[in-house]
Design a protein around this ligand. Structure first.
Ligand code: R5P
Length: 283
């Protein structure tokens, strides 16, 4: 077996190779003058199980994944497993309006072409893994996030909407704290409404946990509600930290005390490693 890291997920690939005690393939990656991507796998992976690790966000990382898959196939890998720490486009998982694509399905079908197995982490909706035309499984980073939060003296953990309640319920058991949810309505891609909910947050350390932070709108509104309810410290945590546009500014202005994400999308808030969730699925 060889672990092959794409440039979006090279650190996770290294973590996986250490945890599984299998070699990390040496690769050369560069961009041509016109910005097209070039990759070469230097190790001989012929007849080997190749495990390619690459987040499909932002867009250029998708092309890189396709090219790596092809390189592994051309090199004669006997089995190709694709680990997608953050599966981009997952939120367009249905046709909300006529004429729209199901982007998650389009991407899943293309990735399936050169893949014997796909592993992803906290997909936006669990049914997305059925879009792959090959064997696909998912794992959750919530236990690793909960272990990090356990050190922060958290009194209550919250889901920003009722749909995410199971995730926080699981975390609350690990942390040993209360759990609850906020009442969220999405007006459009940029605007959400959090209905005031009487939360018992006075003088408490509260963590809000979501699968994705994109524009930060959901979390910012939730933080404001909690602060209105007298919360002492508010931590926001997510599996996939995209932090689009001025998301960080929004979170800080809302009074956020700490931002936490995993390394599924590498950024300065990647405080939680996801390799421990992924490795059992590779074995
Ligand atoms: C939505 O269903 C997701 O779970 C997240 O709540 C959402 O993607 C967060 O987006 P934003 O940060 O733009 O509010």
């Amino acid at each position: 077996m060889y672990i092959i890291g794409g440039t979006a997920s090279d650190k996770i690939a290294k973590d996986i190779s250490i945890r599984l005690d299998v070699p990390l393939a040496e690769t050369i990656s560069k961009r041509f003058p016109d910005d097209e991507f070039y990759v070469r796998i230097n190790d001989d992976i012929s007849g080997e199980h190749a495990v390619i690790v690459q987040t499909t966000y932002p867009d250029h990382n998708i092309i890189e994944l396709f090219i790596l898959q092809n390189a592994a196939k051309e090199a004669g890998a006997k089995k190709i497993t694709i680990v997608i720490p953050y599966f981009g486009y997952a939120r367009q998982d249905t046709k909300f309006k006529d004429g729209e694509p199901i982007s998650a399905k389009a991407l899943a079908e293309l990735i399936s072409i050169n893949a014997d197995k796909v592993i992803t982490v906290d997909p936006h909706k669990e049914y997305i893994i059925d879009f792959f035309k090959t064997s696909a499984v998912s794992c959750s980073a919530i236990s690793e996030i909960a272990k990090y939060l356990k050190e922060k003296d958290i009194d209550m953990i919250l889901a920003p909407d009722k749909g995410a309640i199971n995730r926080v319920k699981k975390a609350s058991r690990i942390i040993g704290c209360d759990f609850d949810y906020m009442e969220k309505t999405r007006i459009n891609g940029e605007t959400i409404e959090i209905k005031p909910k009487k939360l018992n947050a006075k003088n408490k350390n509260v963590a809000i946990v979501d699968d994705i932070i994109s524009t930060g709108g959901t979390m910012a509104k939730s933080i404001q509600e909690l602060k209105k309810n007298g919360a002492k410290n508010v931590f926001v945590a997510c599996t996939h930290g995209l932090f689009a546009g001025d998301a960080i500014k929004k979170l800080n202005s809302a009074g956020c005390d700490e931002i936490i994400s995993t390394d599924s999308v590498q950024n300065k808030f990647s405080k939680v490693k996801i390799a421990p969730c992924i490795t059992p699925l590779i074995k």
